[in-house]
Design a protein. Structure first.
Length: 366
């Protein structure tokens, strides 16, 4: 019994190390194979996808290369056509010797053109100067005409200043004598006072408008009653008769001196005629003022004052004002002694002639 028990106890100790060896390894080998198969399948799919992607990339690259090659071919054709055109142009060009001859000809023509341009500028400059000098002479002639015909000091001074400005632009020392004479003429013109003819004309026109407001001169009577005193000196009732005569004299006057010139009272048409005569004399004075005729101006104003004093009432304020105005206007000058510009004109003409002498001498040379 003891041996059986011992033998039974010994068997488990001998079989114990065999249990973990047989059963677990069989399960692990099956799962490993499955994992390996899955990995191989995934790798195959990846390799297949990568291969498809590479094929598509190669196809796209081939397409792009084809387009690039086509563009290069077109460019090559264009370059070939351009090369043919250049070759044709080069073939049409002249030879090197001919080009050199043409270059020399162009250089010679450019030099000739430059010399002609300089010559033309010189000629035009001289012509412009000559034209300006002729203008200065013309201005002086106009100034002389304005002084002699119209006694226009202001316009003449402006014309002389214009002529002097033209000579100043010449920058020529030879114009010194002419400019000196022009300066003397300008000084004389500046010292000469220009009459205000327009102002005199307008003032006389204002007096003409006042003519219609003048009243005729009233007759004058002798209030001493000398004639009646001679008749009543020796009679009775002289004082009463004198009183009666004084009352009657308030309404009318009797002049016993029949030989004296009696001035009738002006009215109606006669008064209008006198006003017209006075207006015409003032108008004549206006004409003389504008034309600078001092003799006619003075005579017309004298006639106007005579008509005013002889035929119109001196006590009328309009008559007094007109008489004072006419007296003041009679003292105003209407003419001046104009300076002589003939010396200035002669100096400018002499300067122009001296400028022409060198040109004529050069033109006479062969």
């Amino acid at each position: 019994m003891s041996e059986t028990v011992l033998s039974n106890n010994d068997q488990p100790s001998a079989q114990a190390p065999a249990e973990p060896v047989t059963t677990p390894p069989a399960k692990r080998s099956g799962s490993g194979l499955a994992t390996l198969a899955l990995l191989l399948g995934a790798a195959g799919v990846a390799v297949g996808g990568w291969g498809v992607w590479q094929v598509r990339q190669l196809q796209g690259s081939e397409f792009n290369q084809g387009q690039h090659i086509e563009a290069l071919n077109q460019r090559a054709e264009a370059l070939q056509q351009r090369e043919q055109q250049i070759s044709a142009q080069l073939a049409s060009l002249p030879a090197a010797s001919e080009l050199e001859d043409r270059r020399r000809l162009v250089a010679q023509l450019q030099g000739d053109q430059q010399r002609l341009s300089q010559r033309l500028e010189t000629v035009l400059g001289e012509s412009r100067k000559e034209w300006r000098l002729a203008e200065a002479e013309h201005l002086l002639r106009l100034a002389t005409l304005r002084l002699s015909a119209l006694q226009d000091i202001t316009s003449a001074k402006a014309l002389v200043e214009g002529a002097d400005e033209i000579l100043r632009e010449q920058s020529d020392p030879g114009a010194f004598a002419a400019r000196e004479q022009l300066a003397r003429s300008l000084a004389t013109l500046n010292s000469t006072q220009q009459p205000d003819r327009t102002g005199l004309f307008l003032k006389l026109a204002a007096q003409r408008e006042l003519v219609q407001q003048l009243s005729a001169q009233s007759p004058e009577f002798d209030t001493n009653a000398d004639a009646l005193g001679a008749l009543t000196a020796d009679g009775d009732g002289a004082s009463r008769l004198s009183q009666w005569w004084a009352e009657i004299s308030k309404y009318f006057q009797i002049d016993f001196n029949a030989d004296d010139n009696v001035r009738p009272l002006l009215a109606g048409q006669q008064l209008n005629q006198l006003r017209l005569a006075l207006s015409l004399t003032i108008e004549q004075a206006q004409w003389a003022a504008l034309n600078g005729d001092s003799k006619v101006y003075t005579q017309a104003l004298d006639d106007a004052r005579s008509v005013l004093l002889a035929n119109f009432n001196a006590d009328n304020p309009q008559s007094k004002a007109m008489l004072d105005s006419l007296n003041a206007l009679a003292e105003q000058p209407v003419s001046v002694v104009t300076p002589d510009l003939s010396e200035s004109l002669a100096a400018v003409q002499a300067y122009i002639q001296r400028r022409h002498l060198p040109a004529e001498a050069e033109g006479g040379k062969p």
